[in-house]
Design a protein around this ligand. Structure first.
Ligand code: IPE
Ligand code: IPE
Ligand code: MG
Length: 251
């Protein structure tokens, strides 16, 4: 049986989030420039996105550029932005072919204007798709998002749209950039780093975490399947006891 066949399609995570890390080290291992790693990272993005769509996963969030990544050397930031614009432009037909709808989360107004334009065109051109939601986290950080949500909530309280007593978890969620999507159930990080690096901190409260040493440009469908199989072997308890969970499964 192939790895893919061992995945239980009935128990797929509704939302997978990935911290795509290790492009720079992958390039360094080959004596190449960091941008060479980012270029190859795009191949992995393609493979994982198509693999996720093919399996029937509904939501996939990819952490492509953090707020903190703006502090990298200028040539790397510029190179990454060019790669982003170029990739989006080229990928729209494939997204449409695979019924994938593109979304973006993050401080998008910090991106160069041509990147913003390409993104909004790609978002519009894929808006009719009903399969996988591909959510690109760009210029994103959780602390930015939570502070941003707080500002929006404060403004709504001031203008009378919202009362303080009504700020529940359900309402709070509506002010996050991820309002359209369920919380991630599986969070993957590549490259052997065991940290979250300011990604979906609020939404990942009960996500299952999966870390692999594989560097992002080497991370392909089979590695993704391994992560899904590992996820399916776990018992998710959400604060309850293991016995309670087993009884709920019987009922
Ligand atoms: C992840 O790879 C991609 C981005 C953060 C844009 P890195 O560029 O962080 O690669 P390493 O961690 O330096 O190897
Ligand atoms: C996290 O990777 C951000 C992305 C993958 C886009 P980093 O490489 O920026 O994270 P740190 O600096 O190692 O924590
Ligand atoms: Mg890194």
């Amino acid at each position: 049986m192939s790895l893919k066949e061992t995945i239980n399609i009935e128990k797929l995570p509704g939302h997978v989030a990935i911290i795509m890390d290790g492009n720079g080290r992958w390039a360094k291992e080959q004596g190449k420039d960091r941008l060479f790693g980012h270029l190859h990272g795009v191949e992995s993005v393609r493979d994982i996105v198509e693999g996720a769509a093919e399996l029937g996963i509904k939501n996939l969030t990819l952490y492509a550029f953090s707020t903190e990544n703006w502090d990298r050397p200028e040539y790397e930031v510029i190179g990454l932005m060019e790669l982003l614009v170029d990739t989006i432009r080229k990928e729209v037909p494939t997204l449409n072919k695979n019924n994938i709808r593109l979304h973006v989360i993050g401080a998008i107004n910090m991106l160069p204007e041509n990147a913003q334009r390409e993104l909004s065109e790609a978002i519009n051109e894929t808006a009719h798709n009903t399969g996988l939601n591909l959510i690109m986290a760009l210029s994103y950080s959780s602390r930015w998002e939570i502070v941003n949500a707080t500002q929006l909530i404060a403004a709504d309280v001031l203008n009378g749209k919202l009362s303080i007593a009504n700020i529940t978890q359900d309402i709070f969620k509506e002010y996050l950039t991820t309002r359209l999507f369920p919380d991630p159930e599986l969070l993957i990080r590549t490259s052997g780093e065991y940290r979250i690096s300011n990604f979906l901190l609020y939404q990942s409260a009960y996500a299952e975490l999966y870390f692999t040493d594989v560097l992002w440009p080497d991370f392909r469908r089979e590695n993704f399947y391994e992560a899904l199989i590992n996820y399916q072997q776990r018992e998710r308890r959400f604060g309850k006891t293991g016995d309670q969970i087993k009884n709920e499964q019987i009922i």
